[in-house]
Design a protein around this ligand. Structure first.
Ligand SMILES: [Zn+2]
Length: 231
């Protein structure tokens, strides 16, 4: 009985701590849309699918299908700085009008993951050195994207994701005409929404305001643990 009571007390204490945690996490709602679900927000980061559930999310580092061959992220969740998320949704709305959708391969990347990638690749053309400020991904201000058609099939692009070679460079002349056209279309949609491309990776785009954002160290699991409905 004593042990049972102790367990009950621990459960009660845990419930109190969880409720305190959720009460201090700032929550925002989509303005002007009473039907929209609440948007989970921690340290200016938000879940992209809270804002637009029609965007396709395939977080490669939450699977083994990535250049490391290992699952790096503990949960499958797409998180960005709220300003960057708004721009991404604007780009997504543009391509949707043409019958396409954006598919996200990577977004917010916790700083400790950047250190794992740096230790594996050690090439500053492809992975930013954590000792020199790290990646814009760790601010939530960078996103890796491609395009899918109305049936969810990926459009032809210059390379697969995380091709760390000159084949992924924008200056590469060996891209097929279709891959070039699709990449140009994606780049146009993203830049018009406020992103900047980089030369070495056709899939990587940085929010033009990303320099204003600081790297933040939060756990992706937190965005899954927060209840769907918050008051
Ligand atoms: Zn990237």
């Amino acid at each position: 009985m004593r042990i049972y009571r102790r367990k009950a007390e621990i459960r009660f204490l845990a419930a109190v701590l969880v409720s305190i945690f959720f009460s201090v996490v700032p929550q925002v709602s989509v303005p002007g849309n009473a039907q929209a679900p609440a948007v989970r927000e921690i340290a200016c980061l938000v879940r992209v699918d809270d804002i637009d559930p029609t965007i396709v999310i395939e977080m490669r580092y939450a699977t083994k299908n990535n250049f490391t061959g290992k699952q790096i992220y503990p949960v499958h969740v797409c998180v960005l700085h709220k300003g960057t998320a708004a721009k991404l949704i604007a780009a997504h709305s543009k391509v949707k009008k043409d019958g396409y959708r954006l598919k996200v391969w990577d977004a917010y990347r916790p700083p400790h993951v950047q250190r794992i990638f740096w230790d594996l690749v050690r090439d500053e053309r492809y992975v930013r050195n954590p000792a020199k400020g790290g990646s814009k991904h760790s601010t939530g201000g960078a996103v890796d994207v491609t395009l899918v058609d109305s049936r969810g099939r990926e459009l032809e692009m210059p390379t697969l994701f995380d091709e760390f070679s000159e084949r992924a460079w924008r200056s590469n002349n060996s891209w097929s005409p279709e891959a070039r056209e699709n990449s140009d279309y994606l780049t146009k949609a993203m830049t018009e929404a406020g992103f900047e491309p980089i030369h070495e990776e056709w899939w990587h785009f940085e929010d033009s305001d990303a320099a204003k954002y600081s790297p933040v160290d939060v756990k992706l699991e937190w965005f899954v643990a927060i209840p769907e409905s918050v008051s």
